[in-house]
Design a binder for this molecule. Structure first.
Ligand code: COA
Ligand code: AMP
Length: 630
């Protein structure tokens, strides 16, 4: 079938289309309600189906005779260790780990927070929670205790699963002090904490609350899969919004499983037994979808890499892994390619390895800039495909559907809408724009399977944030255009969310933290372009009257404050003290104008500015700090 025909089928008969795709999975009871709406008008897929995601991803394959096939490959240059698990071994480990959680009282619908590095046990933990019909919420290891505390209070986990440390190249990050601090800060107290002791750092355990993972495992019985409804949540994953409070994206079991399995075939052209590697982290949506669930649902082999694209030990790390394990498809973020390009501009390390099995390289997390895309295609000789994603959707909204029909690659475009996504470009009056005109990227409802159906604990916020801009549409928060051939160009966020090394962070949240410093009256945080990480934040600060603090001192205090409150991944490093912030007459800070100024773009000062002289004052400060050229 051509892409056009496949896409059209998904538009003309969404229920028929997705029912077909659902047939590829093994349900306990196949759904009768393929698409339904609840009292609030929210769409749900496969609501009355009965299933278990971990069963579909593991037990089913064992039953099909794939028990001896490798399910997971763990490769850890930072610990110099490697390990592989077959489907049978993984199923048994997951069943025992589920037994351990069950022994601690975890039942269907309970939440379990997983705060772990890139090791096999993290994937096992996620699947074990799913096996019990409980709901996991994985928190990325680079978040600081207050961020973890916010998630503990919101998700209210019965149990937290963790490891004694993560390893950042050669730096050991001890997790236990961070966890203890987070639990102290949170109002909700989990009943138990299960700690995997790694040899690089041993955590001290609190009697009565903390348990040693291996000691508990030695005593437990494996647990069976617990059937859930298609519309029961599989996980909550928090993502930054425009405010200080992250949003808990709720993903339902049924739609997720169907979309994951379909996308492996349709987008990535991956079949049973192929090796797929998403070089991301299980703390992000790409990790949930394409390190854990999609490859296993499809019966493939997935790689878990505890390392970086560079420094572990060099910029050939990705190519070494691809060659060692015969990876067919590699998927990572543009920042990783830029890091490799910087270290190995001529692609010499690429040539060292036999990459004949590698067929395609996929990129997402931020727009793949054309120079990096061209460089990688030239050096690798492989198609390099950008596809556009969000935590909210769980899979590519636009992509080059290699398993259906390979489309010509256009630099700077994430290609065409995936089946099920009715992508439209609208203007302020909700009118559809013509080809090549930039506007808001909106998706007409119903969204296809796997997309979020709520914000955890705040259904109104879901409607307000995503569904109320233009009735009948989901607001992606991104701006861009569609060309005359239907190719989508995503040009960036239209809100105050920024993208640092493929990680989504909120400038509003950083402003809240900086505003809490005793010398600061007010501030603006916005993104500066960065050759490696795409964007990095910088802050302009107005001091309280009478405060006298040197710029360098204030900067180091704020850097530390952001690291301790949000985490090192915010990459906040730059502050400049100014006299006044530019605002409109109604008091709105002109962040966009500031961003254009520091990035050397042409900017027009809006006529609504309350005092145009302020921009000249700021320009002078930034010129003398060499942020902008003279
Ligand atoms: N736990 C604790 N700290 C972490 C962490 C984790 N899981 N991940 C990152 N950090 C820390 C880093 O150690 C660093 O701390 P530092 O300021 O003390 O040095 C900081 O957070 C920033 O990390 P990072 O953005 O990874 O920058 P880097 O300079 O260490 O590495 C790259 C640069 C390009 C190699 C790295 O950003 C990278 O691998 N990017 C790929 C991104 C990706 O996979 N995105 C997923 C979306 S698909
Ligand atoms: P996250 O939810 O953290 O994955 O971030 C999603 C956001 O990252 C999107 O809303 C976009 O702003 C950006 N993004 C992800 N992939 C792409 C892409 N291929 N092109 C452009 N922007 C992207």
């Amino acid at each position: 079938m051509s892409y056009k025909a496949e896409f059209q089928y998904s538009m003309d008969d969404p229920e028929g289309f997705w029912k077909d795709k659902a047939n590829a999975l093994s349900w306990y009871k196949f759904p009768e309600n393929i698409l339904s709406q609840d009292e609030q008008g929210i769409y749900h897929w496969f609501e009355d189906g009965e299933m278990n995601t971990a069963y579909m991803a593991l037990d089913y394959h064992v039953e099909q005779g794939r028990g001896d096939q490798t399910a997971l490959i763990y490769d850890s240059p930072v610990t110099e260790s490697k390990k592989q698990l077959t489907y049978l071994e993984l199923r048994d480990e997951v069943a025992k780990t589920a037994g351990m959680l069950k022994a601690l009282g975890v039942e269907k619908g309970d939440r379990v927070i997983i705060y772990m590095p890139m090791i096999l046990e993290s994937v096992i933990a996620m699947l074990a929670v799913a096996r019990l019909g409980a709901i996991h919420s994985v928190v990325f290891g680079g978040f600081a205790p207050p961020e973890l505390a916010i998630r503990i209070d919101d998700a209210q986990p019965k149990v937290i699963m963790s490891a004694s440390c993560g390893i950042e190249v050669s730096k050991i990050i001890e997790y236990k002090p961070l966890l203890d601090k987070a639990i102290e800060l949170a109002s909700h107290k989990p009943e138990s904490l299960i700690m995997l002791q790694r040899p690089q750092a041993r955590a001290s355990l609190i009697e009565g609350r903390d348990y040693d993972w291996h000691i508990l495992m030695a005593k437990v019985q494996p647990a069976d899969c617990v059937p859930v409804k298609g519309s029961d949540p599989l996980y909550i994953l928090y993502t930054s919004g425009t405010t200080g409070k992250p949003k808990g994206v709720v993903r339902e079991n049924g739609g997720h499983a169907v979309a994951m399995n379909y996308s492996m075939q349709a987008i990535y052209d991956i079949d049973v037994g192929d090796v797929f590697w998403a070089a991301s982290d299980i703390g992000w949506v790409v990790g949930h979808s394409y390190i854990v669930y999609a490859p296993l649902l499809r019966g493939c082999t997935s790689v878990i890499f505890e390392g970086k694209p560079i420094m572990t030990p060099n910029a050939g790390a990705f190519w070494r892994v691809c060659a060692d394990y015969q990876v067919k498809t590699l998927f990572t973020a543009p920042t990783a390619f830029r890091a490799i390009k910087k270290e190995d501009p001529d692609g010499d390390l690429f040539k060292k390895y036999d990459l004949s099995k590698l067929s395609t390289i996929f990129s997402a997390g931020e727009r793949l800039d054309p120079p990096t895309q061209e460089w990688l295609m030239e050096k690798s000789g492989k198609p390099v495909i950008d596809h556009w994603w969000q935590t909210e959707t769980g899979w590519g909204i636009t992509a080059n559907l290699r398993g259906i029909e390979s489309m010509p690659i256009k630099l700077g475009s994430s290609t065409v809408p995936s089946p099920g996504f009715n992508v439209q470009i609208l203007n302020d009056s909700s009118e559809q724009l013509e080809a090549n005109q930039q506007g808001y990227i909106m998706i007409k409802q119903p969204l296809p399977p796997s997309c979020l159906t709520s914000i955890w604990g705040d259904a109104d916020k879901f409607t307000e944030t995503y569904l109320s801009t233009f009735p009948g549409y989901y607001a992606s928060g991104d701006g861009g255009y569609i060309d005359e051939e239907g190719y989508v160009f995503v040009m960036g966020r239209i809100d105050d969310v920024i993208n640092i090394a493929g990680h989504r962070l909120s400038t509003g949240e950083m402003e809240e933290v900086i505003g809490g410093h005793h010398s600061v009256a007010e501030c603006a945080v916005f993104a500066r372009n960065d050759d490696l990480k795409g964007q990095i934040p910088m802050g302009l600060v107005v001091l309280k009257a009478g405060e006298d603090i040197h710029n360098d001192t204030l900067n180091s205090e704020l850097v530390q404050l952001i690291r301790n409150t949000i985490g090192p991944i915010a990459c906040y490093k730059e502050t400049h003290i100014i006299q006044r912030l530019p605002k409109t007459r109604s008091g709105k800070i002109l962040r966009k104008t500031l961003r254009q100024m520091v990035n050397g773009e042409e900017y027009i000062v809006p006529s609504t500015i309350d005092d145009p002289v302020i921009m000249d004052e700021i320009e002078d400060v930034l010129k003398s700090a060499k942020v902008i050229n003279l």
